[in-house]
Design a protein around this ligand. Structure first.
Ligand code: SF4
Ligand code: SF4
Length: 131
């Protein structure tokens, strides 16, 4: 870069407000179609396991405790997830979605990325079964 152009850029930048955002102190609304954390709506889940079969990252495991009683636990590994939305497409019951508001997923260890969807009692039973 020529010194003249560089000096012009420096002087312009000196008097302009920075265009960078002061995240996390200032936040812009996320786009509606942003693909964040997986969400599971248990009400219509049949435990078919299609979401887990079709997940290219092996980020979902469906644990069937009692199919007749509709007791399922979905084990989601968010640190494997590529947010491709294949599971959302594959679920014929419309149980899955990717949140557009829950997307700040950074953590210092892997624990927060192992997520169990289901009732507290079902999750405890599933953990016992898989231990
Ligand atoms: S969004 Fe893609 S990678 Fe993530 S759980 Fe669904 S299918 Fe797997
Ligand atoms: S594909 Fe849908 S209905 Fe089937 S186990 Fe996954 S969430 Fe449940």
């Amino acid at each position: 870069m020529r010194p003249g152009i560089m000096l012009k850029d420096i002087s312009t930048s000196f008097f302009q407000r920075p265009i960078t955002e002061r995240y996390p102190f200032e936040r812009q609304p996320a786009p509606d179609r942003l693909r964040g954390m997986l969400q599971w709506n248990s009400s219509s889940c049949t435990g078919c396991g299609l979401c887990a079969i079709d997940c290219p990252a092996q980020a979902i495991e469906v644990i069937v405790l009692d199919k007749k009683a509709k007791r399922f636990v979905v084990h989601y590994l968010a640190d494997r997830c590529t947010f491709c939305a294949q599971c959302v497409q594959s679920c014929r019951q419309g149980c899955l979605s990717l949140s557009s508001s829950d997307w700040e997923l950074a953590a210092l260890n892997r624990e927060p990325f192992a997520i169990f969807f289901g009732s507290e009692a079902d999750v405890q039973e599933a953990l016992k079964e898989t231990a």
